[in-house]
Design a protein around this ligand. Structure first.
Ligand SMILES: [Zn+2]
Length: 472
């Protein structure tokens, strides 16, 4: 029997603020264990948490970027549970009044995936098991997170992956997190249930925790759908378990029984007063949002008239876009600039992360200078590529590699001379051109380019050749 898949995703994203959510401890990664903590983030009696303003601002930014309504009044709750890496036995989170609600993301198909809520909370500590001992490291305790909860609108593993990918891209764009799944700054919990087609009732769902790659979201879902299908087909019932996905064996297995929210005994945190985000502040944050990724993609294709493929190779990397747009502002032409970026520059950036970081030695102004030489046909594309390769290694300007005589190009008299030579040497091509086989002209371009070391202007050469042939 086949079933309809119902899926919702909870995404934890670590905010890249300098300090923790309730104290001034650093959020810097690493450091010796327990060197980035204080009585507040370890929950010592008598210590008083103070909510970090920046955390609220970042969460509002995230919410506005995915079309949420931001609540002007909000508060923090204590979520009480005993969990090995939560030494203070409660986590400060938000329960019934989250900061942001009712947003959405639109998939490429046009389907809208609702976002139920975005709330802020603190990260727990970390346990290290070694030589039969368990050590605790509080450094991560109190690192600010947002949790983005989707509606159960997702109906396939492909949609789940696309949703997470789009979320990641948007959050990177608005600058609240690097969303590196492999480093844990973005983690997804995927809830899956199956129901018979046509049924309005939800089946029992399971939650696969802490998935740390976009591909694993898809794979874990496939494994879980298969597992649930087998159970239901055999007449069994699904239990509400927390699942673990093992990416090495590509298998899924129950980890523990899932708690319901009433198991957490939430209550308003008595140490933190209700907080207000004034509407004026929300408006100010909204106005400060950058162009969002899908608006940018649309503008690159429709406005700048970039080929869709090129636009898609660029828009997802914020720093690449900044570099490109800066070069355009300095006068570089769209076509040559984008071709050199996605061709020559990308060739030196192997991984997605390299493109994401975009640490290159060429500045936008050096790049614009080179592109302008190409735009003005003072150099040809091949020479621009070679020069750019040199610049990427050395960080020196184009003028170090292009000699003045290279940029002089070839005089009209010289081109005419070479065109005549090309015609004389290729009588067959001349006949072909005369009989309308235009491609034959390429034979002559080859000759002219060789003679001029690639400096001749092809358009000019073409005009001269046609003129000479017409007079024959
Ligand atoms: Zn602290």
């Amino acid at each position: 029997m086949s079933y309809e898949v119902v899926c919702g995703i909870e995404t934890h994203i670590e905010l890249n603020t300098d300090t923790k959510i309730f104290c001034n401890c650093t959020t810097a990664f690493g450091g010796d264990p327990n060197t980035h903590c204080c009585p507040v983030c370890t929950g010592q009696p008598g210590s008083l948490p103070v909510l970090n303003k920046k955390v609220v601002e970042y969460a509002v930014r995230a919410g506005l970027a995915v079309n949420c309504k931001v609540n002007t009044i909000s508060h923090m709750d204590r979520k009480n549970y005993v969990y090995p890496d939560l030494p203070k036995a409660y986590q400060i989170s938000q329960y019934d009044e989250p900061l942001c609600e009712n947003g959405y993301i639109i998939l490429d198909s046009g389907k809208r995936i609702g976002i139920t809520r975005i709330h802020i909370e603190e990260d727990a500590g970390k346990l290290i098991h070694e030589d039969g001992y368990t050590y605790i490291d509080y450094n991560r305790g109190g690192v600010p997170l947002i949790e983005i909860v989707s509606e159960p609108d997702i109906s396939s593993p492909e949609e789940a992956k696309e949703y997470a990918e789009k979320l990641q891209l948007i959050m990177r764009y608005v600058g609240i997190s690097d969303c590196k799944m492999q480093e844990g700054s973005m983690r997804c919990d995927v809830n899956v249930s199956l129901r018979k087609f046509g049924s309005n009732e939800f089946g029992t769902r399971t939650e696969t925790k802490n998935i740390n790659s976009l591909n694993f979201i898809q794979k874990a879902m496939y494994a879980e759908i298969e597992r649930q299908t087998d159970i239901l087909d055999a007449g069994g019932t699904i239990t509400q378990d927390t699942m673990r996905y093992d990416d090495v064996t590509d298998t899924i297995s129950p980890m523990r029984e899932k708690e319901n929210s009433d198991d957490y005994r939430y209550f308003p945190d008595p140490d933190i007063i209700r907080f207000e985000v004034p509407q004026a502040k929300i408006d100010e944050i909204k106005a400060s949002l950058p162009e969002l990724p899908f608006d940018k993609l649309k503008r690159y294709i429709d406005g700048l008239e970039l080929p869709e493929m090129t636009a898609k190779h660029m828009y997802r990397y914020r720093k690449v876009c900044e570099f490109f747009e800066e070069a355009l502002k300095l006068g570089a032409g769209v076509k040559n600039a984008s071709n050199l970026i996605t061709g020559t520059i990308y060739a030196t950036l192997d991984t997605e992360e390299d493109k994401e970081n975009f640490e290159i030695k060429v500045s936008p102004s050096q790049f614009a200078e080179l592109v302008k030489l190409l735009d003005e046909k003072k150099i040809n594309f091949k020479m621009a590529q070679t020069t750019l390769q040199e610049m990427l290694v050395s960080g020196n300007p184009a003028s170090n590699y292009i000699k003045a005589e290279d940029m002089e190009g070839v005089s009209d008299d010289e081109i005419t001379k070479f065109c005549q030579e090309a015609i004389d040497a290729n009588p067959k091509a001349v006949e072909d051109i005369k009989s309308g086989k235009d491609k034959a002209i390429n034979v002559m371009f080859g000759y002219i380019m060789k003679q001029t070391k690639g400096k001749a202007d092809v358009k000019k050469a073409e005009a001269i050749i046609r003129d000479l042939i017409s007079k024959m």
